[in-house]
Design a binder for this molecule. Sequence first.
Ligand SMILES: NC(=O)c1ccc[n+]([C@@H]2O[C@H](COP(=O)([O-])OP(=O)(O)OC[C@H]3O[C@@H](n4cnc5c(N)ncnc54)[C@H](OP(=O)(O)O)[C@@H]3O)[C@@H](O)[C@H]2O)c1
Length: 241
Amino acid sequence: MDEQTLRNQVVIVTGASRGIGAETAIAFGNAGARVILAARTTSDVEAVARRIRENGGEALAVTVDVTQSKQVERLVCSAVEHHGQIDILVNNAGQGKFGKVAEFELASWSTVIESNLTSLFLCSKYVLEPMLSRKSGQIINVLSVAATTSFSATGAYCAAKAGALALTRVLSEEVRKENIRVTAVIPGATHTSFWDGMDQHPDFDQMLKPSHVAEAILSVAKQPLGMVVEEIKVAPPLGIL
Ligand SMILES: NC(=O)c1ccc[n+]([C@@H]2O[C@H](COP(=O)([O-])OP(=O)(O)OC[C@H]3O[C@@H](n4cnc5c(N)ncnc54)[C@H](OP(=O)(O)O)[C@@H]3O)[C@@H](O)[C@H]2O)c1
């Protein structure tokens, strides 16, 4: 199969300061892509960008809260100013907060919905302008098995990821005729700092590694132009943990 080369492709990865996003940014960097790493913690996102540059890759770190419209607009503008185009957006940033509906605070609800769903809307909206004008691009959304499977005490997270899956499918319909491909990557439990501070969690040894999810994202990005992988589920061998 004629895989797409990632060399010189301009890729924005959100939530690139650690976990799945950091592994994905590093993997794109190693593949020769020009990577723009976005997250809120400047020192962490710069450290990952530095690692890519030390490996001989090209990386730019941008401090951005992807729930904030103006900051996302600035992120996209600086990527276009720097590289002239955006080939791939990986919408990966997201936070989990858990609790039963009866006890859940509105502030936690808003954090989860905004970081997992509103962010996906904002980043997609702003990258679409340069992508539509070139009639070329790829948007890869990192969702979760929580988009389609319900667990107790995960109301906000399941609602956000189910909404994000619906938005991914709508977006796909809206832009497929413009030669823009949209993919939902649906990972199962992955051993990252996502689980920090949670009293109850599955066995870390049985979870995916962030590099597994990064590999799935890169395989989607490399698919030939004549096809689109619309949804891809990546699970630990034991499935839902
Ligand atoms: N770990 C799992 O089991 C699992 C399973 C399925 C899906 N996922 C999904 O995979 C994605 C990555 O998760 P992870 O496991 O790698 O989590 P993680 O280790 O907690 O990393 C989350 C990343 O998102 C960034 N982020 C969070 N809120 C942000 C905001 N408002 N603006 C910009 N960046 C923000 C964080 O950076 P800053 O804090 O520096 O901003 C960090 O880089 C998430 O969408 C998550 O829902 C995770």
